[in-house]
Ligand binder design. Structure first.
Ligand SMILES: Cc1cc2nc3c(=O)[nH]c(=O)nc-3n(C[C@H](O)[C@H](O)[C@H](O)COP(=O)(O)O)c2cc1C
Length: 225
């Protein structure tokens, strides 16, 4: 049925005519991958209802791969007051740790680029799952924490790209481990969860900055023998 490559790799409309969900989605996946950017100008609006945001996260978490199919990633979506409270925790934590003059710039960034968004996705790894994997496969025990990070990163990429595809802007932030204890206390999350990243998102109010690309010939090599 898909012997004709022209049809498979044709325009999006042409691809749609082959009536294959799979190939139609492949074209849109390429666009979504290219369009995903770090967006630091966010409004407090969302293109999706909270229910649809939940569905987006459920889809991403279900289908993203994990090391040994460990499914160790945990996701928390904060919206409304919870989202505002998270960024207050970040500000309070930093206020106690950095010089007052430097904090002014930090606070401005947090207010306009992160707290100004509609919500924040928190990415965790359940370390009790990792410990169980280490006990089950002792030969690879020292590898599992690394694979845990990589597993989490895959979830970050899928969710970031799906948010972009839904018309949202997002960025990836790392205020962990400074905020871990307070975040877990605030939302009564298990102590075994390790916070990996924070992804504030919302409908963008500005475009991402120009991005420079290293020559791909320096980064990709192909051999056939
Ligand atoms: C593993 C990883 C960690 C990152 N950490 C941060 C971060 O802490 N803060 C931030 O603003 N951006 C962070 N970024 C975003 C990168 O700076 C950004 O992806 C890169 O400059 C390319 O820009 P783009 O996202 O617009 O394509 C991170 C990205 C990756 C992949």
């Amino acid at each position: 049925m898909f012997g004709d490559r022209e049809r498979i790799y044709g325009t999006r409309d042409a691809v749609a005519t082959v009536n294959s969900h799979r190939y139609f989605m492949a074209a849109s996946f390429r666009e979504a991958v290219a369009n995903r950017r770090s967006v630091y100008e966010l409004s407090g609006k969302s293109t999706l209802s909270d229910k649809d945001l939940g569905e987006l996260l459920r889809f991403a978490v279900k289908h993203t791969p994990s090391a040994y199919n460990s499914q160790s990633t945990r996701i928390v979506l904060l919206t409304g007051k919870a989202h505002v409270d998270l960024w207050e925790i970040v500000k309070q934590t930093l206020r106690e740790r950095i010089r007052a003059d430097a904090f002014i710039r930090t606070e401005q960034k947090i207010d306009t680029a992160f707290a100004s968004g509609y919500g924040t996705v928190l990415f965790f790894e359940d370390m009790s799952v990792i410990a169980a994997m280490q006990a089950q496969f002792p030969v690879y025990a020292d590898r599992f924490p690394l694979w845990s990070d990589q597993t989490n990163a895959m979830h970050q990429f899928v969710i970031w790209t799906m948010l972009e595809d839904a018309g949202m802007g997002a960025s990836l932030q790392h205020y962990n481990p400074l905020i871990d204890d307070q975040v877990k206390k605030e939302w009564k999350l298990p102590s075994e969860w390790r916070l990996i990243a924070q992804m504030p998102f919302g409908i963008p109010t500005g475009k991402p900055a120009e991005k420079e690309f290293e020559p791909l010939d320096k980064r990709i090599f192909m051999f056939d023998r």
